[in-house]
Design a protein around this ligand. Structure first.
Ligand code: DQA
Length: 143
């Protein structure tokens, strides 16, 4: 199993950005933690983070035939990027959407995900563990 962990805008600032919402762990520390998790399960993982919508679209296109699953936190693009929705629909690599925070307990606009309909499912509010939960789905629970 080979995972692409794809993170959208502002997630490079994890640890510095609103730590009360997103926690104190850095993006680099998240990647290290997910690498350890993947290897412990005999899986491989690679990481892409971009603050640019087009780069995220390119990464989704390039995932076709390379990765078995995408673990995707689209950041604020979640709430309005039909281009990312279309990109997810254009490839056959399954994705699970992850949000570190509980988007349903925050501002109204965060309750809407335009990208989730193209995903197998969505994890939110579980902090950084949500990425492991999403990977665990593909490793253990997927029929
Ligand atoms: C987020 C939630 C989004 O609303 C926000 O714009 C983010 C992070 C999360 O992981 O909780 O950038 O996707």
């Amino acid at each position: 199993m080979k995972f692409l962990v794809l993170n959208g805008p502002n997630l490079n600032l994890l640890g510095q950005r609103e730590p009360g919402v997103y926690g104190a762990e850095s993006y680099e520390s998240l990647c290290a933690r997910l690498k350890t998790f993947a290897h412990a399960h005999g899986a491989e993982v690679e990481f892409v983070q971009s603050n640019h919508e087009g780069a995220l679209i390119d990464a989704i296109h390039a995932a076709q035939g390379v990765y078995d699953a995408i673990i995707f936190n689209p950041g604020a693009f979640t709430h309005y990027s039909y281009a990312l929705l279309d990109a997810l629909k254009a490839v056959s690599v399954p994705a699970v959407e992850v949000h570190i925070s509980n988007v349903h307990r925050r501002e109204e606009f965060r309750r809407v995900s335009v990208t989730a309909p193209a995903c197998v499912g969505q994890v939110c509010g579980l902090g950084l563990y949500g990425y492991e939960a999403a990977m665990g789905y593909f490793l253990e629970a997927q029929p």
